[in-house]
Write a new protein. Structure first.
Length: 76
């Protein structure tokens, strides 16, 4: 199960409502006030490799694609 979508396990649990309720109670992610999982890429939603500088909020892969459009230059 990935950290992007914890609801993927519901496909088998939809037939068993009691077990689904127990699963949701103990396995749903708690609300966070800090940490790396709050900062997501605004383009693709990826959590890791996050460029937060200058308020960009992009992952490194999306930043490479959009850097020239944003006005950044590559010097090497």
């Amino acid at each position: 199960m990935s950290y992007s979508d914890w609801r993927k396990a519901f496909t088998q649990l939809n037939a068993k409502p009691v077990k689904k309720a127990k699963y949701v109670k103990f396995n749903s992610p708690k609300p966070r006030s800090c940490g790396f999982s709050l900062r997501k890429c605004r383009n693709c939603g990826r959590i890791r490799g996050h460029v937060n500088k200058y308020g960009l909020h992009l992952c490194r892969q999306c930043f490479r694609e959009m850097a020239t459009d944003l006005g950044f230059k590559q010097y090497s």
